[in-house]
Design a protein around this ligand. Structure first.
Ligand SMILES: CCCCCCCCCCCCCC(=O)SCCNC(=O)CCNC(=O)[C@H](O)C(C)(C)COP(=O)(O)OP(=O)(O)OC[C@H]1O[C@@H](n2cnc3c(N)ncnc32)[C@H](O)[C@@H]1OP(=O)(O)O
Length: 159
């Protein structure tokens, strides 16, 4: 069987700037530096991401799915999109003041997401009752929705 060569070339820089009214959001200063799976290689070929808050204080992300997130040829792996939604929607709950982990993440994949394209992740904290915080979100570009999710976050018990 023919051995496939791995392409080790690093992709060129991408524009992750936000929209008018968005302010940069410093995720590591809130939750520490553990979020390396999605955010850990800002110049690499997996994901490149930058966080913002919009003028309604909701968390937004600009994210580039690199060649290492490939699933169907030329498009993002569903698990790669789910990982992004796990991180961004969980982080949205933290940014709203809730110390949580994600208990349940329900993702619907709506359209194939082409690789090496900058897209937006939108989030909205829709409710907080007792230990349960519900966050909704989606990965989109303009009118096109690639994936949408409902994320049940559970506040961490005091030790
Ligand atoms: C640890 C420090 C973390 C720091 C992180 C910083 C970065 C974070 C950035 C974030 C980005 C990264 C994000 C990530 O990647 S977070 C990583 C991915 N998530 C996990 O690994 C979480 C693993 N699971 C757990 O730790 C526990 O199961 C939790 C804490 C979730 C609940 O176990 P706990 O024993 O504490 O609570 P409980 O079982 O009494 O349940 C309490 C209530 O909740 C309801 N319920 C529970 N689960 C579910 C479910 N699946 N569907 C529906 N409902 C569920 C349950 O019915 C009950 O309701 P009620 O009966 O009261 O009505």
């Amino acid at each position: 069987m023919e051995k496939q060569e791995k392409n080790t070339e690093v992709c060129p820089p991408v524009d992750l700037s936000g929209e008018a009214g968005w302010t940069p959001f410093d995720a590591p200063s809130l939750v520490g530096a553990s979020l390396r799976f999605v955010s850990g290689e800002p110049d690499g070929n997996r994901y490149r991401v930058r966080y913002y808050k919009d003028d309604a204080e909701q968390l937004r992300a600009r994210i580039w799915f690199g060649p290492e997130t490939e699933g169907p040829p030329g498009h993002a792996h569903g698990g790669a999109m789910a990982a992004v939604l796990d991180e961004v929607l969980g982080l949205a709950a933290w940014a709203a003041g809730h110390s949580i982990v994600v208990g349940n993440l329900n993702v619907s994949f709506r359209n194939l997401l082409p690789l090496e394209q900058v897209v937006t992740v939108e989030s909205e904290v829709v409710s907080a009752q007792g230990r349960k915080v519900m966050v909704h979100g989606r990965i989109c570009l303009g009118e096109t929705v690639f994936a949408e999710a409902e994320c049940l976050c559970i506040t961490i018990r005091d030790k």
